[in-house]
Design a protein. Structure first.
Length: 257
């Protein structure tokens, strides 16, 4: 019942209240949809927003029962069928069968905070807006590039590989660019988050695999390998790195509890 806020940009030209320029979900299933939204920042309802974006939604669904089915069978494909329409008229769409980078990554490079004191190249594999903001607020000039952009010959102080959807095995070009970047004579810091972490691992020769359920939530416990401390983390991924495939000169930092 919070409603949807207006689209406003910050001092870096980044949208304030949204993590992307559009809705990337192809459908939404909720138990209850409140028509009378109530929030001081809201300018429209969830229903209005979905209609504007051309995204179908359905309410009145027992989402607890749906969750039980997913827990029993693992991540499953689904489709929303309009009443009176045969389910055979709409085929299942498997997002893991295609390269989703082609759908979520930017098409050409874009620079944020050009007067920053350090330079970071950020590979957009489905990047969240706040990731750019966090780097810019810390004084970085952030050059966001497409997923298949060859950044190896460009001067920078560090490389950031973003999160994103889908199977990392499709991102062959990205992994090759990361591998070459890691082999430069003057190595630079590299940070990969979520899918970016998986691509970094594939670039060094490790393997990834699809999980039955995935880790999705704001309270996923992770254990630090050296201190054995447990950290509560936010995660949303359906693929993971096979620890047995890591090269001998690489070590594990965190493992999900």
């Amino acid at each position: 019942n919070y409603g949807v806020p207006a689209v406003e940009k910050d001092e870096f030209g980044i949208v304030k209240t949204f993590e992307s320029c559009k809705i990337h979900a192809t459908g939404l299933v909720v138990g209850d949809c409140t028509e009378d939204f109530s929030h001081w920042e809201a300018v429209k309802s969830l229903d209005q927003w979905l209609k504007e974006e051309g995204v179908p939604g359905i309410c009145g669904i027992d989402t607890r029962d749906l969750t039980k089915k997913i827990r029993e069978h693992g991540t499953v494909l689904g489709k929303l069928i309009i009443e009176g329409t045969s389910s055979d008229d709409l085929q299942f769409d498997d997002p893991n069968a295609r390269n989703l980078m082609l759908e979520v990554s930017i098409l050409k490079p874009c620079v944020y905070n050009p007067t920053g004191t350090i330079s970071v190249i950020a590979v957009d594999c489905g990047m969240k807006s706040n990731q750019i903001r966090c780097l810019a607020e810390r004084g970085a000039c952030v050059k966001v590039v497409p997923w298949d952009y060859d950044f190896c010959e460009e001067a920078c102080d560090g490389l950031f590989i973003s999160n994103g959807p889908g199977d990392p095995s499709f991102c062959v070009d990205t992994c090759e660019h990361i591998r070459r970047f890691l082999e430069l004579e003057s190595p630079k810091p590299v940070f990969g988050i979520c899918l970016g972490h998986q691509l970094l691992c594939r670039a060094i020769g490790a393997k990834t695999y699809k999980m039955k359920y995935g880790n999705r939530g704001h309270n996923q416990p992770c254990v630090h390998s050296t201190s054995k401390r447990c950290f509560i983390t936010s995660q949303n991924h359906g693929f993971a790195v096979d620890p047995e495939s890591l090269p001998s000169d690489w070590s594990i930092l965190f493992t999900n509890a």
